[in-house]
Design a protein around this ligand. Structure first.
Ligand code: AMP
Length: 213
């Protein structure tokens, strides 16, 4: 299955992706994770993306489109993939459609996770991320077993610079203006499925599963 996961930052795309990839054998491709990894290792791509990411702005389309073209060449994606955080603008979606037809692939579904803004601010400002493996926790909804330490690999948990309140508010308005039009774009292709993202993790997952099954 080839899937796109759309939704505002903090809607739970990263967390719910884990279950989808486990149950449906898809490979998660998160453009945010790839960019963060590039920043950590100091690549040219990471350096180009840094200032946009710190401010909660989108990295320019041409940089992201080049990056996704490289990523889509990976043979392991033949089993199916789940794109998390891409596309984020209409030009990215159009470029991706062109790439899909070049590769002879098609999308099966675009999952849209809906969560009201008020809840997103609370979720994002309480989010903590593992410095070594990138796993995310929430201080209220999904705390780690030991404070400040990743359950998986003992890595240090930190607050992403773009998860501070001022930047979160900017990221939400970027989503509203630049990414939300994609719901309409994929609705016209008959691919968008809107899912209520409010509730316990397993309740939301059950809704996603019902759509995918
Ligand atoms: P995320 O982890 O998906 O919230 O992404 C973190 C940041 O990476 C975003 O705020 C953007 O600065 C950048 N980013 C990730 N994916 C994209 C994309 N598809 N287009 C532009 N910028 C992106």
């Amino acid at each position: 299955m080839n899937l796109i996961f759309l939704g505002p930052p903090g809607a739970g795309k990263g967390t719910q992706s884990e279950g989808i990839c486990r149950d449906y054998g898809t490979i998660q491709l998160s453009t945010g994770d790839i960019l963060r990894e590039n920043r950590k290792t100091g690549t040219e791509l990471g350096q180009k993306a840094e200032s946009y990411m710190i401010d909660g702005e989108l990295v320019p389309d041409e940089i992201i489109i080049d990056m996704i073209k490289q990523e889509m060449r990976k043979p392991e994606l033949a089993a199916g993939y789940l794109l998390d955080g891409f596309p984020r603008t209409v030009p990215q979606a159009k470029a991706f459609d062109a790439l899909l037809s070049q590769l002879g692939q098609k999308l099966d579904c675009v999952l849209v996770l809906n969560v009201p803004n008020q809840e997103l601010v609370a979720r994002l400002t309480s989010r903590r991320t593992c410095r070594s493996c990138g796993k995310t926790y929430h201080l209220m909804f999904k705390p780690p077993l030991a404070e400040g330490i990743c359950d998986l690999d003992g890595g240090e948990l930190y607050q992403r610079k773009d998860d501070v309140e001022e930047t979160v508010i900017n990221r939400l308005s970027v989503y509203e203006n630049q990414t939300k039009p994609l719901i309409d774009y994929y609705q016209k292709q008959g691919l968008a499925k809107v899912i209520d993202g409010v509730g316990k993790l397993d309740e939301v997952y059950a809704r996603l599963k019902a759509v995918l099954d």
